[in-house]
Design a protein around this ligand. Structure first.
Ligand code: NAP
Length: 283
Protein backbone atom coordinates (compact mmCIF):
# COMPACT_ATOMS: atom_id res chain seq x y z
CA UNK A 1 0.00 0.00 0.00
CA UNK A 2 1.28 3.48 -0.90
CA UNK A 3 2.31 5.81 1.91
CA UNK A 4 0.01 8.75 2.53
CA UNK A 5 1.67 12.07 1.62
CA UNK A 6 1.98 14.64 4.41
CA UNK A 7 1.94 18.40 4.72
CA UNK A 8 4.11 20.33 7.18
CA UNK A 9 2.43 23.04 9.21
CA UNK A 10 4.20 25.98 10.90
CA UNK A 11 7.51 24.17 10.21
CA UNK A 12 6.77 21.90 13.13
CA UNK A 13 4.00 19.38 12.60
CA UNK A 14 3.57 16.98 9.68
CA UNK A 15 0.13 15.51 9.11
CA UNK A 16 -1.13 13.14 6.41
CA UNK A 17 -3.35 14.59 3.66
CA UNK A 18 -6.13 12.19 4.56
CA UNK A 19 -7.36 11.17 7.96
CA UNK A 20 -10.34 9.20 9.20
CA UNK A 21 -13.63 10.99 9.93
CA UNK A 22 -15.76 9.38 12.64
CA UNK A 23 -19.10 11.23 12.49
CA UNK A 24 -22.01 8.79 12.90
CA UNK A 25 -19.75 6.00 14.17
CA UNK A 26 -21.60 5.07 17.37
CA UNK A 27 -24.47 7.55 17.11
CA UNK A 28 -25.17 11.11 16.06
CA UNK A 29 -25.62 13.38 19.11
CA UNK A 30 -26.37 10.46 21.45
CA UNK A 31 -24.88 6.97 21.80
CA UNK A 32 -25.99 4.19 19.48
CA UNK A 33 -24.23 1.04 20.66
CA UNK A 34 -25.76 -1.39 18.16
CA UNK A 35 -22.75 -1.54 15.83
CA UNK A 36 -19.83 -1.00 18.21
CA UNK A 37 -17.74 -3.91 16.95
CA UNK A 38 -18.21 -2.80 13.32
CA UNK A 39 -16.91 0.70 14.12
CA UNK A 40 -14.01 -0.48 16.29
CA UNK A 41 -13.03 -2.85 13.51
CA UNK A 42 -13.28 -0.02 10.92
CA UNK A 43 -10.99 2.26 12.98
CA UNK A 44 -8.49 -0.57 13.62
CA UNK A 45 -8.51 -1.47 9.92
CA UNK A 46 -7.86 2.16 8.97
CA UNK A 47 -4.87 2.46 11.32
CA UNK A 48 -3.61 -0.93 10.16
CA UNK A 49 -3.73 0.37 6.57
CA UNK A 50 -1.67 3.44 7.45
CA UNK A 51 -4.34 6.04 8.32
CA UNK A 52 -2.66 7.85 11.20
CA UNK A 53 -4.90 10.88 11.76
CA UNK A 54 -8.26 10.15 13.40
CA UNK A 55 -10.80 12.99 13.63
CA UNK A 56 -13.47 12.83 16.31
CA UNK A 57 -15.35 15.18 18.67
CA UNK A 58 -16.77 15.31 22.18
CA UNK A 59 -20.31 15.60 20.82
CA UNK A 60 -20.12 12.66 18.39
CA UNK A 61 -22.44 9.96 19.66
CA UNK A 62 -22.75 11.98 22.89
CA UNK A 63 -19.12 10.96 23.68
CA UNK A 64 -19.55 7.34 22.60
CA UNK A 65 -17.56 7.82 19.38
CA UNK A 66 -14.49 8.84 21.42
CA UNK A 67 -14.96 5.69 23.52
CA UNK A 68 -14.93 3.58 20.34
CA UNK A 69 -11.79 5.36 19.11
CA UNK A 70 -10.20 4.66 22.52
CA UNK A 71 -11.03 0.96 22.18
CA UNK A 72 -9.66 0.79 18.64
CA UNK A 73 -6.32 2.47 19.33
CA UNK A 74 -5.36 0.52 22.41
CA UNK A 75 -3.52 -2.25 20.56
CA UNK A 76 -1.43 0.16 18.50
CA UNK A 77 1.77 2.02 19.35
CA UNK A 78 1.34 5.66 20.33
CA UNK A 79 3.15 6.80 17.16
CA UNK A 80 0.72 4.89 14.94
CA UNK A 81 -2.09 7.39 15.52
CA UNK A 82 -2.69 11.11 15.95
CA UNK A 83 -6.03 12.00 17.54
CA UNK A 84 -7.87 15.22 16.88
CA UNK A 85 -10.93 15.86 18.99
CA UNK A 86 -13.12 18.92 19.47
CA UNK A 87 -14.75 20.83 22.28
CA UNK A 88 -18.31 21.87 21.45
CA UNK A 89 -19.05 25.53 20.70
CA UNK A 90 -21.54 25.31 23.56
CA UNK A 91 -18.78 24.51 26.05
CA UNK A 92 -16.34 27.34 25.51
CA UNK A 93 -16.45 28.89 28.99
CA UNK A 94 -13.18 28.30 30.88
CA UNK A 95 -14.37 25.53 33.22
CA UNK A 96 -16.41 23.84 30.47
CA UNK A 97 -13.43 23.60 28.13
CA UNK A 98 -11.27 22.00 30.83
CA UNK A 99 -14.05 19.59 31.83
CA UNK A 100 -14.76 18.62 28.21
CA UNK A 101 -11.11 17.90 27.43
CA UNK A 102 -10.63 15.82 30.59
CA UNK A 103 -13.71 13.76 29.66
CA UNK A 104 -12.47 13.32 26.07
CA UNK A 105 -9.07 12.22 27.36
CA UNK A 106 -10.70 9.65 29.66
CA UNK A 107 -12.92 8.27 26.90
CA UNK A 108 -10.00 8.10 24.47
CA UNK A 109 -7.78 6.62 27.22
CA UNK A 110 -4.79 8.73 26.21
CA UNK A 111 -2.39 10.75 28.37
CA UNK A 112 -2.49 13.67 25.98
CA UNK A 113 -4.80 14.75 23.16
CA UNK A 114 -2.75 15.34 20.03
CA UNK A 115 -4.87 18.20 18.72
CA UNK A 116 -7.87 19.99 20.18
CA UNK A 117 -10.18 22.01 17.95
CA UNK A 118 -12.83 24.52 19.00
CA UNK A 119 -15.73 22.88 17.15
CA UNK A 120 -17.45 26.15 16.29
CA UNK A 121 -17.23 29.69 17.68
CA UNK A 122 -19.51 30.71 20.53
CA UNK A 123 -21.75 33.71 19.89
CA UNK A 124 -21.72 34.58 23.60
CA UNK A 125 -18.54 33.43 25.38
CA UNK A 126 -15.63 35.90 25.00
CA UNK A 127 -12.80 34.27 23.05
CA UNK A 128 -10.28 35.53 25.59
CA UNK A 129 -11.87 33.23 28.19
CA UNK A 130 -11.77 30.21 25.88
CA UNK A 131 -8.18 30.82 24.89
CA UNK A 132 -7.08 31.14 28.51
CA UNK A 133 -8.45 27.62 29.00
CA UNK A 134 -6.43 26.46 25.99
CA UNK A 135 -3.31 28.00 27.56
CA UNK A 136 -3.99 26.09 30.77
CA UNK A 137 -4.43 22.84 28.82
CA UNK A 138 -1.03 23.39 27.17
CA UNK A 139 0.55 24.23 30.54
CA UNK A 140 -0.89 21.06 32.09
CA UNK A 141 0.29 18.95 29.15
CA UNK A 142 -3.21 17.78 28.25
CA UNK A 143 -3.01 18.87 24.59
CA UNK A 144 -0.14 19.00 22.08
CA UNK A 145 -1.64 21.25 19.39
CA UNK A 146 -4.74 23.34 18.94
CA UNK A 147 -6.86 24.46 16.03
CA UNK A 148 -10.28 25.63 14.95
CA UNK A 149 -13.33 24.39 13.16
CA UNK A 150 -15.91 26.45 11.28
CA UNK A 151 -14.22 29.74 12.19
CA UNK A 152 -14.68 32.83 10.01
CA UNK A 153 -11.84 35.29 9.35
CA UNK A 154 -12.89 37.89 11.95
CA UNK A 155 -12.83 35.35 14.79
CA UNK A 156 -9.54 33.75 13.70
CA UNK A 157 -7.91 37.18 13.72
CA UNK A 158 -9.08 37.82 17.29
CA UNK A 159 -7.36 34.68 18.60
CA UNK A 160 -3.96 36.22 17.87
CA UNK A 161 -4.63 38.85 20.56
CA UNK A 162 -4.81 36.20 23.28
CA UNK A 163 -2.17 33.57 22.43
CA UNK A 164 1.04 33.00 20.50
CA UNK A 165 0.28 29.29 20.16
CA UNK A 166 0.13 28.46 16.45
CA UNK A 167 -3.28 27.63 15.02
CA UNK A 168 -2.61 24.36 13.21
CA UNK A 169 -5.77 24.04 11.16
CA UNK A 170 -9.24 25.38 10.46
CA UNK A 171 -11.65 22.54 9.74
CA UNK A 172 -14.18 23.68 7.16
CA UNK A 173 -16.98 22.26 5.05
CA UNK A 174 -15.32 22.10 1.65
CA UNK A 175 -15.65 19.83 -1.35
CA UNK A 176 -15.84 19.97 -5.14
CA UNK A 177 -19.49 21.00 -5.11
CA UNK A 178 -19.67 23.09 -1.98
CA UNK A 179 -17.05 25.82 -1.80
CA UNK A 180 -18.75 28.83 -0.30
CA UNK A 181 -22.09 27.74 1.13
CA UNK A 182 -21.15 25.75 4.21
CA UNK A 183 -23.78 25.16 6.89
CA UNK A 184 -21.69 27.15 9.38
CA UNK A 185 -19.35 29.20 7.21
CA UNK A 186 -20.05 31.04 3.96
CA UNK A 187 -17.16 32.25 1.77
CA UNK A 188 -14.85 29.34 2.56
CA UNK A 189 -13.05 29.37 -0.80
CA UNK A 190 -13.33 33.08 -1.47
CA UNK A 191 -12.24 34.40 1.95
CA UNK A 192 -11.43 31.93 4.71
CA UNK A 193 -9.00 29.64 2.86
CA UNK A 194 -6.92 32.51 1.41
CA UNK A 195 -6.72 34.11 4.88
CA UNK A 196 -5.68 30.83 6.52
CA UNK A 197 -3.01 30.11 3.89
CA UNK A 198 -1.57 33.60 4.28
CA UNK A 199 -1.23 32.92 8.00
CA UNK A 200 0.21 29.39 7.76
CA UNK A 201 -3.01 27.73 8.96
CA UNK A 202 -3.76 24.46 7.19
CA UNK A 203 -7.25 23.55 6.01
CA UNK A 204 -9.02 20.33 6.95
CA UNK A 205 -11.92 19.68 4.59
CA UNK A 206 -14.88 18.07 6.31
CA UNK A 207 -17.55 16.25 4.27
CA UNK A 208 -15.00 15.97 1.43
CA UNK A 209 -17.07 13.31 -0.40
CA UNK A 210 -20.49 14.86 0.12
CA UNK A 211 -21.36 11.82 2.23
CA UNK A 212 -20.54 9.41 -0.58
CA UNK A 213 -23.96 10.09 -2.12
CA UNK A 214 -23.84 9.26 -5.83
CA UNK A 215 -27.00 11.27 -6.56
CA UNK A 216 -25.65 14.49 -5.05
CA UNK A 217 -22.38 14.27 -6.95
CA UNK A 218 -23.95 13.31 -10.31
CA UNK A 219 -22.38 15.63 -12.89
CA UNK A 220 -21.49 14.87 -16.54
CA UNK A 221 -18.09 16.60 -16.35
CA UNK A 222 -17.08 14.74 -13.18
CA UNK A 223 -18.28 11.47 -14.77
CA UNK A 224 -16.23 12.05 -17.90
CA UNK A 225 -13.05 12.98 -15.98
CA UNK A 226 -13.50 9.91 -13.75
CA UNK A 227 -13.84 7.74 -16.89
CA UNK A 228 -10.74 9.36 -18.46
CA UNK A 229 -8.53 8.44 -15.48
CA UNK A 230 -10.28 5.13 -14.74
CA UNK A 231 -11.21 6.33 -11.23
CA UNK A 232 -14.45 6.65 -9.28
CA UNK A 233 -16.05 10.09 -8.96
CA UNK A 234 -15.13 10.06 -5.24
CA UNK A 235 -11.48 9.38 -6.03
CA UNK A 236 -11.51 12.37 -8.41
CA UNK A 237 -13.16 14.56 -5.73
CA UNK A 238 -10.48 13.57 -3.20
CA UNK A 239 -7.59 13.97 -5.63
CA UNK A 240 -8.86 17.43 -6.63
CA UNK A 241 -9.00 18.43 -2.95
CA UNK A 242 -5.68 17.17 -1.67
CA UNK A 243 -3.66 18.71 -4.48
CA UNK A 244 -4.54 22.12 -3.08
CA UNK A 245 -1.89 23.74 -0.85
CA UNK A 246 -1.96 22.99 2.89
CA UNK A 247 -5.10 20.91 2.41
CA UNK A 248 -6.12 17.78 4.31
CA UNK A 249 -9.36 15.81 4.08
CA UNK A 250 -11.00 13.54 6.63
CA UNK A 251 -13.45 11.25 4.80
CA UNK A 252 -15.49 8.90 6.97
CA UNK A 253 -14.43 5.40 5.91
CA UNK A 254 -16.21 2.38 7.29
CA UNK A 255 -14.72 -0.30 5.05
CA UNK A 256 -11.32 -1.53 3.87
CA UNK A 257 -12.53 -1.02 0.29
CA UNK A 258 -13.18 2.67 0.80
CA UNK A 259 -9.88 3.12 2.66
CA UNK A 260 -8.00 1.44 -0.19
CA UNK A 261 -9.80 3.51 -2.83
CA UNK A 262 -9.15 6.73 -0.94
CA UNK A 263 -5.44 6.00 -0.47
CA UNK A 264 -5.19 5.14 -4.17
CA UNK A 265 -6.90 8.45 -4.94
CA UNK A 266 -3.84 10.30 -3.60
CA UNK A 267 -1.40 8.77 -6.02
CA UNK A 268 -2.17 10.05 -9.50
CA UNK A 269 -1.92 13.47 -11.14
CA UNK A 270 -4.63 15.00 -13.25
CA UNK A 271 -3.75 17.23 -16.19
CA UNK A 272 -3.91 20.95 -15.44
CA UNK A 273 -6.79 21.47 -17.89
CA UNK A 274 -8.92 18.87 -16.08
CA UNK A 275 -8.23 20.51 -12.72
CA UNK A 276 -9.34 23.84 -14.18
CA UNK A 277 -12.53 22.25 -15.51
CA UNK A 278 -13.24 20.78 -12.07
CA UNK A 279 -12.50 24.16 -10.47
CA UNK A 280 -15.29 25.55 -12.64
CA UNK A 281 -17.95 23.06 -11.45
CA UNK A 282 -18.91 25.29 -8.53
CA UNK A 283 -17.86 28.60 -7.02
N1 NAP B 1 -16.03 20.19 12.01
C1 NAP B 1 -17.29 19.95 11.73
O1 NAP B 1 -18.20 20.74 12.01
C2 NAP B 1 -17.63 18.66 11.01
C3 NAP B 1 -18.91 18.46 10.50
C4 NAP B 1 -19.18 17.26 9.85
C5 NAP B 1 -18.19 16.30 9.72
N2 NAP B 1 -16.95 16.50 10.27
C6 NAP B 1 -15.88 15.48 10.16
O2 NAP B 1 -15.64 15.24 8.79
C7 NAP B 1 -15.75 13.85 8.52
C8 NAP B 1 -16.19 13.61 7.09
O3 NAP B 1 -17.48 14.12 6.84
P1 NAP B 1 -18.77 13.17 6.68
O4 NAP B 1 -18.54 11.89 7.40
O5 NAP B 1 -19.93 13.96 7.09
O6 NAP B 1 -18.88 12.95 5.10
P2 NAP B 1 -17.91 12.36 3.97
O7 NAP B 1 -16.60 11.99 4.52
O8 NAP B 1 -17.98 13.31 2.83
O9 NAP B 1 -18.70 11.05 3.52
C9 NAP B 1 -18.70 9.88 4.30
C10 NAP B 1 -19.44 8.80 3.51
O10 NAP B 1 -18.72 8.54 2.29
C11 NAP B 1 -18.53 7.15 2.16
N3 NAP B 1 -17.23 6.93 1.48
C12 NAP B 1 -15.98 7.03 1.98
N4 NAP B 1 -15.06 6.77 1.03
C13 NAP B 1 -15.76 6.48 -0.12
C14 NAP B 1 -15.37 6.14 -1.43
N5 NAP B 1 -14.10 6.04 -1.80
N6 NAP B 1 -16.36 5.92 -2.35
C15 NAP B 1 -17.66 6.03 -2.00
N7 NAP B 1 -18.09 6.37 -0.77
C16 NAP B 1 -17.14 6.60 0.17
C17 NAP B 1 -18.55 6.59 3.55
O11 NAP B 1 -19.02 5.27 3.54
P3 NAP B 1 -18.46 4.18 4.56
O12 NAP B 1 -18.47 4.82 5.92
O13 NAP B 1 -19.39 3.05 4.40
O14 NAP B 1 -17.06 3.85 4.12
C18 NAP B 1 -19.56 7.50 4.26
O15 NAP B 1 -20.87 7.02 4.09
C19 NAP B 1 -16.75 13.36 9.59
O16 NAP B 1 -16.78 11.97 9.72
C20 NAP B 1 -16.26 14.13 10.79
O17 NAP B 1 -15.13 13.50 11.37
C21 NAP B 1 -16.64 17.67 10.89
Amino acid sequence: MNKIPEITIHNSLSLPVIGLGTWEMGGRQSPDKQHDSKWIDAIETAIGMGIRHIDTAAIYGGGHTETLVGEAIRNFNRNDYFITTKVSGEHLQFADVIRSVKSSKNRLKVEQIDMLLLHWPSPTVPLEQTISAITKLFDDGLIRYFGLSNFPVKTIREIGFYTDAPIITNQLEYNLFNRNQGIYTPNVESEIIPFCLKNGISITAWRPLLKGDTTTVAHPLLDSIAAKYGKTVFQIMLNWLIHKPMMMAIPRMGSADHIKQNIEALHFNMEEEDILLLDGIAK
